[in-house]
Ligand binder design. Structure first.
Ligand code: ZN
Length: 312
């Protein structure tokens, strides 16, 4: 009697342990911006639940997490942020987290950041006075950096869940190959660009991309976030430049009413084209399965058109 009871108890315990381990085995991952969310989703595959802390359509630079978001971070296994320049709020949250199992990943780890001096280097000596204050946080707009981010994310997943390490590393390798292919297509096309300037009606987001492919990046905005709107003077100077250069395309940024680009288009006769910085996506984009690679392939088409590349 007693023995049977014991055996039964042990098998129930084993069964529930197995059930528990299968269900709770999925890593809970929270990412702050769309690119690291998308990379973690691909690397984690069916072994991770990845969520993006930004609600769909929300502008990332002015985002502040809610108390509910902080509760979610407190329950997660991995929190991926982009670094203190992109998310100045993250440091306080990380310090306040009581979750001992949480692995915090700074996705800018190992990446060479662009700072204002390098940017100013290219500026004309005129008085428009661009002060790109501080460090440029848009590391994901360099596909070499993306591959470093993928490695860091894969290592974090492998550290939290060593039993699936090979699976994560294999997914990461394949994602890195796609990013290398993307980089090669950008390099090949943009090398043939007749125009070397990305004129942007949005904030300075594409400096990493411009630098990687030897292009210039112009914006009437003063900084690395869309929060401070450009001065009428800076807009007027850009309109003048558009007219003089005969440039037929003005790019605008995602998720924000493109009124600056619209003004420049109306005054210069240029056509507006979206150049998507992929900070975040709209809820329609999310529903239709937007991916970082897809967004960037679309950007390349727009750049080929606007910069007059010799594509076959
Ligand atoms: Zn930005």
């Amino acid at each position: 009697m007693c023995l049977i009871f014991k055996v039964l108890a042990v098998s129930i315990a084993l069964a529930s342990f197995a059930g528990f381990s299968q269900e709770s085995k999925k890593l809970e991952i929270i990412a702050t911006i769309f690119p690291s969310y998308d990379f973690a989703r691909i690397i984690g595959g069916d072994k991770a639940n990845v969520s993006l802390i930004l609600p769909p359509g929300v502008e990332s630079h002015s985002f502040e997490p809610s108390p509910r978001d902080i509760v979610r971070i407190n329950k997660a296994d991995i929190f991926i942020f982009t670094g203190k320049h992109m998310e100045p709020w993250a440091e306080g949250i990380i310090k306040g987290v009581k979750n001992e199992k949480l692995l915090v990943l700074d996705a800018s780890k190992g990446i060479k950041l662009i700072n204002e001096h390098e940017e100013d280097h290219h500026d004309d000596a005129d008085d428009h006075g661009h002060h790109h204050s501080g460090v440029d946080p848009h590391i994901w707009l360099d596909f070499g950096n993306c591959q470093i981010m993928v490695d860091s994310i894969a290592s974090a997943l492998a550290a939290k869940d060593p039993s699936n390490k090979d699976y994560y590393l294999k997914n990461a390798e394949s994602l890195k190959r796609s990013l290398a292919d993307l980089d090669a297509s950008f390099k090949k096309s943009l090398a043939t660009a007749k125009r070397r300037e990305i004129i942007y009606g949005g904030h300075f987001a594409f400096a990493y991309l411009a630098k990687r492919y030897g292009l210039e990046h112009e914006s009437p905005y003063d900084g690395f976030s869309p929060n401070a709107e450009p001065s009428p003077k800076a807009i007027a100077q850009l309109i003048k430049k558009m007219r003089e250069s005969g440039n037929k395309h003005i790019y605008y940024e995602e998720l924000i009413d493109p009124k600056v680009a619209r003004t420049i288009a109306a005054e210069s006769g240029a056509k507006m084209e979206l150049l998507h910085g992929a900070h975040n996506v709209s809820s329609d984009e999310m529903k239709s399965g937007a991916s970082f690679l897809g967004i960037m392939r679309e950007n390349l088409k727009k750049l080929e058109k606007g910069l007059e590349c010799q594509t076959e």
